[in-house]
Ligand binder design. Structure first.
Ligand SMILES: Cc1cc2nc3c(=O)[nH]c(=O)nc-3n(C[C@H](O)[C@H](O)[C@H](O)COP(=O)(O)OP(=O)(O)OC[C@H]3O[C@@H](n4cnc5c(N)ncnc54)[C@H](O)[C@@H]3O)c2cc1C
Ligand SMILES: Cc1cc2nc3c(=O)[nH]c(=O)nc-3n(C[C@H](O)[C@H](O)[C@H](O)COP(=O)(O)O)c2cc1C
Length: 612
């Protein structure tokens, strides 16, 4: 402890001196034990009414990784999360910390890291599971789901559990993974501690009470009445400097350059951001989260159609803003929300809207979420609105994620992004995506609130001698620019193969010069492209994959890692199917054996996807 940190302690100098004398020469393990002892003491005194204490300093940012386990003797609670874009991981880690603070030994695992055979021996488990694709589990959780679904799944009669499902009600298969998991665990004999809770995009609204109940139920199940002094509460690390979703940090725009040619159907930008030192310790494969406000034009249009006064004050859960501020800073106006459609169906008495919400209406609902913004819906289904009702019907605004298209080893404290700008016409008016449009209009020097969304599943191989196959059409190519920079900086000896796709070579060949240069320097060893509108027959990356199936299979047999990034709706499933087909064809395997081969690749983290 140096003089500066002593000066910051909320105790007098004499006691600070005693504290320093006491701690001098203690080894790290003993220091950790002491920290737990003191934390336990503090918790006990707080519960007992405590002695008057000096005002506590602001709570440090919680650690971003699961807290180390409490004493082995403490009852164990398993927290298992299936998460693709980090929301589930954050909730699980929060639960882990709360359980530890309650005196339990919280074992927090990503589904892919958990030894599945151990599940039958667990007594108490909390599952946090998100849904991706079209009602699919996150890639990492596939082995867990398959294990439980299989005929060899163990009986779980000794297990008490509860599930927190994460999803987005704009998808027809809302929270499908959590629902399926909950049902299957019960079928296997496990006992529900509490009914499953489904979270929409405003995750905290439901996750907060679920977390509280989880801790209470864990105490009741294990007979843990309160934290005990013998339980080592983990030492919290020094306040983290890392930019997080809840605590984003300002970054500065350096470059905003269009990289599709004039005349292209799409405006795609290469964006370079200056990052404050040490706040974004990213690796190629991670994403950057960007918080934005809605454009004034989108907010005005929405308010005009709802026939509401922008200046009127609205109070929700104790927070008061003008209606304009709610819609600019706190609510989505470019993305629909299911509660909005439900409200509108009621207020407009529209049979059409009711039909969308009925069981057979999924296709219409899906199309609406894909194509319509809030104003489009308000125009089509006129209704009476009140300010409070409108704010409550809209989803809280969410940050947008962008794959980082650089490696810090190449660009230092910068992050590069590849952003497709959403800009189209509807009903004779321009419509824009909130974040991509704002990014497209920023000039150098502008500032944005950003944070790091790590993606540990999507990394270049630790062994640089491995080959990599990168499939990234459109903006899906972004992380592979980062991968290549990282591989070059690391001196990785393995070969690099990129499969890129777009509509037309002349307009959409993102980073063309960089790839061609890398090819020339033999840093990129193969480049295959598919431009769907350059030929009579539409050619996509999945066709190239099949065409070069024999070679792809040889690379895979030689230990290559294969990555897919970009469109989740059509490209990723088509590429997956092509991959299974080429393994069957060139590996001489049946369809099911080929599927198993691909599943094993994924389990070994040699087939990883980052799709959206
Ligand atoms: C892990 C991850 C990584 C990502 N990486 C990237 C990346 O590298 N590059 C990138 O560009 N994006 C990336 N995205 C997508 C990105 O996060 C945003 O979703 C995207 O930029 C749109 O956000 P927006 O705010 O501009 O549009 P929004 O404000 O979300 O507007 C979208 C709405 O506009 C409407 N709409 C959109 N397009 C059309 C259309 N063509 N026709 C009719 N209606 C339409 C729909 O109603 C839609 O709901 C990624 C997403 C994830 C989850
Ligand atoms: C590409 C994509 C597909 C999604 N598909 C679904 C879906 O089918 N059903 C659903 O309820 N939520 C869906 N979601 C929403 C996520 O489940 C939601 O954002 C969740 O909070 C993500 O949690 P995670 O970050 O832990 O993965 C999807 C999200 C993305 C990005």
């Amino acid at each position: 402890m140096d003089a500066n940190s002593l000066a910051r302690l909320p105790i007098d100098t004499d006691r600070a001196g005693q504290l320093q004398a006491l701690l001098t020469d203690l080894d790290p393990a003993t220091l950790t034990w002491v920290s737990g002892f003191v934390a336990g003491l503090a918790a006990e005194r707080a519960r007992a009414g405590g002695r008057a204490a000096a005002p506590a300093p602001p709570a440090p940012e919680p650690p971003s990784v699961a807290a180390p386990p409490a004493a082995e003797s403490a009852p164990r609670a398993l927290v298992l999360y299936a998460s693709q874009t980090g929301n589930g991981r954050r909730v699980a880690e929060r639960l882990g910390r709360s359980l530890e603070a309650a005196g339990l030994h919280a074992a927090v695992y990503a589904a892919s890291d958990y030894p599945l055979r151990q599940l039958a021996d667990e007594r108490l488990a909390y599952f946090v599971a998100s849904t991706h694709g079209d009602g699919e589990p996150p890639d990492d959780a596939r082995p867990l789901i398959d294990f439980l679904a299989g005929r060899r799944a163990p009986r779980l009669d000794r297990l008490a559990f509860t599930v927190l499902a994460l999803g987005d009600s704009s998808y027809p298969k809302f929270c499908a993974t959590g629902r399926a998991l909950d049902e299957r665990l019960a079928e296997l004999g496990a006992r529900r501690l509490a009914a499953r809770v489904d979270c929409d995009v405003d995750i905290d609204a439901k996750a907060g009470p679920w977390l509280e109940h989880a801790v209470t139920s864990a105490r009741a199940e294990t007979g843990t009445s309160a934290p005990r002094l013998s339980v080592v509460t983990p030492l919290r690390p020094a306040p983290s400097q890392a930019a997080t979703r809840e605590h984003p940090v300002e970054v500065e725009l350096l470059v905003n350059q269009r990289i599709t040619a004039r005349g292209a159907d799409r405006d795609v930008r290469h964006v370079e951001l200056a990052l404050p030192e040490q706040r974004f310790d990213y690796e190629a494969g991670d994403s950057l989260g960007i918080w934005v406000e809605n454009a004034a034009s989108a907010v005005e249009r929405t308010l005009e159609l709802a026939r509401l006064d922008p200046a009127v004050a609205v109070t929700i859960d104790g927070t008061t803003h003008s209606l304009r501020t709610w819609l600019t800073q706190r609510r989505e106006v470019t993305r629909l929300a299911r509660p909005l459609i439900e409200q509108l169906a009621e207020r407009s008495r529209s049979d059409e809207l009711r039909a969308w919400l009925a069981p057979g209406g999924a296709p219409q609902l899906r199309a609406a979420f894909k194509e319509l913004q809030v104003a489009d819906l308000l125009r089509r289904f006129p209704a009476e609105w009140d300010p409070d009702g409108l704010v409550r019907a809209l989803h809280p605004i969410s940050p947008r994620l962008y794959s980082i298209a650089s490696s810090r080893r190449e660009v230092g404290d910068e992050a590069h992004l590849t952003v497709a700008v959403i800009d189209y016409e509807r009903d004779g008016e321009r419509r824009h995506g909130a974040a991509s449009w704002q990014l497209a209009n920023l000039v150098p020097g502008a500032r944005l609130r950003a944070y790091l969304e790590p993606n540990p599943r999507f990394r270049v191989p630790a062994d640089g001698a491995r080959d990599v196959i990168m499939i990234g059409p459109g903006t899906g190519v972004a992380p592979f620019r980062g991968f290549l920079q990282a591989r070059i900086a690391d001196g990785a000896r393995g070969r690099n193969w990129l499969l890129f796709g777009g509509r037309r070579r002349e307009f959409d060949f993102l980073y063309q010069l960089e790839w061609l240069n890398a090819l020339r320097k033999q840093q990129l060893h193969r480049l295959d492209v598919a431009f769907s509108r350059d030929h009579q027959a539409k050619v996509y990356v999945q066709h190239r994959l099949r065409e070069h199936g024999a070679e792809i299979f040889r690379w895979l047999e030689g230990g290559a890692h294969l990555y897919v990034c970009g469109d989740a709706e059509r490209m990723a499933p088509d590429v997956h199917e092509a991959l299974v087909a080429l393994v069957a064809e060139h590996g001489g395997r049946s369809q099911s054996a080929a599927q198993e081969y691909v599943a094993e690749l994924a389990a070994a983290r040699r087939y990883a996807r980052d799709v959206y």
